[in-house]
Design a protein around this ligand. Structure first.
Ligand code: F6R
Length: 616
């Protein structure tokens, strides 16, 4: 969603803030702004520059001014309340520009709060501006000579309903920044040259790996060389400093034209990171220590629920196949936004996994809290270290995909599948999977990175196919069995970055209605690899061909019959059926990517979207 970056220290703030905004642009990119506290002989002053559009537009504006100061805050926005205008861009100011605030989240009772600020003339339509004025009001109410900005922030927040991650600065406190969190992440980087504050670790990595993650209800008071964190009752608390292993270089494009392409190509490497040290070939089993369950607890599980959104929910659907097939445990997949409202059946023998790249998806967090309330074992499969889901679940595994900065998720998806397969095997070995079957699966998993590379080598050929089809306005993606979620993922990738309409169907379902849409203008993209449903899928494709639809196929290397059926074909190496999605999705990712490039789309930052959806 929106991105926050702040700095207080002994360096100039502006370059840090701009670089940070560029790193955070993936979180939201409809407008941006920056405010720096300038110290002048006559006193301090807050200078603010804002712009609609991408960070480049803000940078152009900043090229015309000089902002001198070692304290500052900045924000990149994804509109929720109020349209995309400069007035609605953060930072918002109050008290005639003396106080500035950046905010992520939603103030649900902002209308109510507004009524308590009758003397204020609001300049934006946002809920965030209301919060700035509310803090200013409490600050002004403080009649002491030594007005306390932190206390004003705390008092204001006690009236707020909703979610926030905020950073506040005041011209009368030029050596202080106040940050607070309720539902929207705030990370503080601790370095020799000051404190860095952000909504996720990526913009801080260039300066320090030592980070503190605020929990809900915590308020940080930061100065260049010291910091105090307090809870809601203003009690000082000691937080543990975490070492973030990601490095700054991983957050660069490294010569690729887009983050998405780099992240597609990262897959063989990060897949190895996901499985490394997590299995025992000799015993044919996996062991993810973070699961935090005894063998008896694991044996007691009689239902697994996988909760996720979007791409993560497609990975979850593949996880369902693995859990049912390997462990024989009935497994459901729930889209997080539906789960909590459907009164799910949960008891102490239910194991719930929340699957999330960002670990900050509001719907997934809310669903996991609901599952916890109902007494389930709740675990996370998460990429972002220190994120809310990682901290709120009672165990789980990091997927080690490294920073994923393209809005469209790719490498996190394959690593989610990797972790779910390992978990399914771990449960399976306690139940019905033999050592030999476990060993076979682990051998096949170890071969996956090399096979992924073989598909990536076909990128140029896939590009030509993408160029050939780029003008078609509609696509069907078809798959069956474990390849149905793959079709769904291919369809999602295509629509989100190319804006071409596409739908995914299980191959066998086409004839129950959707086939009516087929014509020579409506191509189908089908996954027909050599698994148990090969012949069924083949018949479904014949049905589509009979309606003159063009056919693009993903087929198993060496399948010459498939070539006869297809207008265009992409071959993938053979693997165990359960592992097929790890390979079969890659041509679909590349197809979406090359189509988007051919259409001149903004691949990494598609319209209307934002990475990390922190609102419900
Ligand atoms: C699609 C995409 C989204 C996310 C979804 C969940 O490419 O990126 O569908 O998968 O918003 O996000 P996380 O995994 O961060 O919970």
């Amino acid at each position: 969603m929106c991105g926050i970056i702040g700095y207080i220290g002994n360096k100039q703030a502006m370059p840090i803030l701009i670089k940070g905004l560029r790193r955070l642009e993936y979180r939201g990119y409809d407008s941006a702004g920056i405010a720096v506290c300038e110290k002048n002989p006559a006193g301090s002053e807050i200078c603010r520059v804002r712009s609609i559009g991408k960070i480049d537009m803000l940078a152009d504006k900043l090229a015309e001014v000089t902002l001198n100061g070692t304290v500052g805050i900045a924000h990149t926005r994804w509109a929720t309340h109020g349209g995309v205008t400069e007035e609605n861009a953060h930072p918002h100011v109050a008290q005639d520009g003396k106080l500035a605030l950046v905010h992520n989240g939603i103030i649900e009772n902002y209308r109510e709060l507004k009524e308590h600020l009758p003397d204020v003339t609001f300049t934006s339509d946002t809920d965030s501006e209301v919060l700035a004025h509310l803090i200013a009001k409490h600050y002004q109410k403080d009649t002491g000579t030594d007005k306390d900005l932190r206390v004003a922030v705390e008092k204001a927040l006690s009236h707020v309903r909703g979610t926030y991650g905020i950073v506040v600065m005041h011209k009368d406190h030029p050596d202080c920044l106040i940050a607070a969190r309720m539902g929207s992440p705030i990370v503080i980087g601790i370095a020799d040259d000051g404190h860095y504050i952000a909504s996720d670790p990526t913009p801080i990595l260039a300066y320090t790996k030592n980070m503190i993650f605020l929990d809900d209800g915590e308020v940080a008071e930061m100065h260049p060389d010291k910091m105090k964190i307090r809870d809601l009752k203003a009690h000082e608390i000691t937080k543990c400093v975490e070492q973030i292993e990601w490095n700054d270089e991983q957050a660069e494009k490294q010569g690729f034209p887009h983050f998405m392409l780099k992240e597609i190509y990262d897959q063989p490497t990060v897949f190895q990171d996901a499985i490394r040290g997590r299995y025992n070939l000799h015993e044919g089993t996996s062991f993810l220590g973070g699961l935090n369950m005894t063998d008896d607890e694991m044996r007691s599980i009689n239902r697994v629920i996988l909760i996720a959104c979007g791409t993560a929910s497609h990975a979850a659907m593949i996880g369902k196949y693995a859990f049912e097939r390997l462990a024989g445990i009935p497994t459901e997949v729930d889209v997080a936004s539906e789960f909590r409202y459907r009164d799910p059946i949960i008891d102490g023998r239910t194991l719930v996994f929340g699957i999330s790249q960002s670990g900050e998806t509001a719907d997934t967090i809310a669903a996991l809290r609901e599952a916890k309330r109902k007494g389930a074992f709740v675990r996370g499969v998460v990429n972002a270290v220190g994120s809310t889901i990682a901290r709120e679940t009672d165990g789980g595994s990091y997927m080690h995909a490294g920073p994923e900065l393209s809005v469209a998720s790719t490498k996190a998806y394959t690593n989610m599948i990797a972790i779910l397969l390992l978990y399914a095997l771990q449960f399976g070995r306690l139940k019905r999977v033999t050592t030999a079957t476990g060993q076979r699966m682990l051998h096949a998993l170890r071969d996956i990175p090399e096979k992924m590379k073989m598909i990536l080598d076909q990128s140029e050929q896939i590009k030509q196919i993408a160029i050939k089809y780029k003008a078609y306005p509609n696509f069907f993606f078809l798959g069956r069995g474990i390849n149905y979620p793959v079709a769904m993922e291919g369809s999602l990738k295509l629509k989100e970055i190319t804006y071409i309409h596409s739908e995914a169907y299980p191959g066998g379902e086409m004839k129950h209605g959707p086939i009516a849409l087929l014509s020579d203008q409506f191509p189908i993209f089908a996954i027909m690899t050599r698994d148990q449903l090969y012949d069924k899928m083949r018949s479904n494709i014949e049905e589509a061909r009979a309606r003159n639809a063009k056919v693009i196929l993903v087929a198993t290397q060496g399948d010459e019959q498939a070539r006869e059926l297809a207008d265009d074909i992409m071959y993938v190496p053979d693997t165990m059926e359960l592992l097929e999605p790890l390979l079969n999705t890659i041509p679909l990712q590349l197809f979406a990517y090359h189509t988007a490039v051919a259409l001149g789309r903004d691949v990494d930052r598609p319209r209307n979207l934002a990475k990390s959806v922190t609102v419900e």
